[in-house]
Design a protein around this ligand. Sequence first.
Ligand code: GDP
Length: 370
Amino acid sequence: EQEELHCIGCGVPIQTEDKEGLGYTPKSSLQKSEESGKALYCQRCFRLRHYNEIQDVSLTDDDFLRLLNEIRTKDALIINVVDIFDFNGSIIKGLHRFIGDNELLLVGNKRDLLPKSLKKGRLIQWMKERAHEIGLRPEEVLLTSAKKKEDVLELLSTIEEYRQGRDVYIVGVTNVGKSTLINAIIQAAVGEESVITTSQFPGTTLDLIEIPLDDGHYIIDTPGIIHREQMAHYLSPNDLKAITPKKELKPKTYQLNAGQTLFLGGLARFDYLEGDKGSFVVYTARDLMIHRTKLEKADAFYQKHVGELLQPPTDLEHYPLPELVRFEFTAKEKMDIVFSGLGWITVPKGSKIAGWAPKGVAVIRRKALI
Ligand code: GDP
């Protein structure tokens, strides 16, 4: 019988089958370690040590609940990172259930994607209102761009102000940029990338990555929580890239009459049902193709062209897309109709519209952001 091996970095059992799972280690590394007698790291810890790069792993729902329940029993400061481009897809509704009475800071990451003309104060106020609507009570709301390493120092000093000698847990759904932000924090806190060594990442409990602070406490990274309403879960990696904006959003304005339809690639559909001729502003990745058709022809047009003229999806064979499901809305004031993960369309007051997205992906209405 073989003895169970554990990663020396994080303590999880080593496995060689599931690349996305916890404790994954390539068979070749396992062999090398057996031959050389050197310490064995799982791939996630290996990359962290050598490339200062944190990898996502997928966990089952049970693992998440266990992890989150653990946080509730701690006296800690909680940082919840959300993606301001996919705010509704990345906010965690029941967060207070999981974090108990612990104080919360809400961090809106990917600030670089929203127009520079949008004032910081306004954006923070908007986030506060949306957070309160779903019962989140953050002590403070901050904005960062992990990718551009902007406002990371400000985040660190706010963390210092609030943590009062406690540990800090960072939580968030997948794809909000949590790993990028943590790496930026490590760099801001430690300086040069190469300074990071394992001694600064002592063997930690289970599946958590810990960044030491100078008073013996830690910033603890938790694995990304999977939000099933995210469009990302239905797309190939290439298609996900194509719908993910890389630069500041450039809104596109369409003058629409009632009875017209816009397709956002083949992933979503927007029907203008009733109202005067007006301006509809589309906020999506720049490369996403938008097609305008007549509403009465839209069903047939979609059937005929999805996966071809209407892309993404580009690989329906391997990544079948659920059928589009319709949601109807009437805008009492200027509103955003949000296609989770894909972007949103700002509609004028008084318009009646329908938004369609793949079954399982939410279409929601919210107060206009811009
Ligand atoms: P995680 O799953 O939350 O750990 O997210 P990652 O750190 O892996 O980032 C997910 C994607 O978002 C990657 O493509 C990143 O390059 C991108 N990303 C992360 N932070 C930012 C940011 O501040 N701005 C922009 N535009 N993209 C970001």
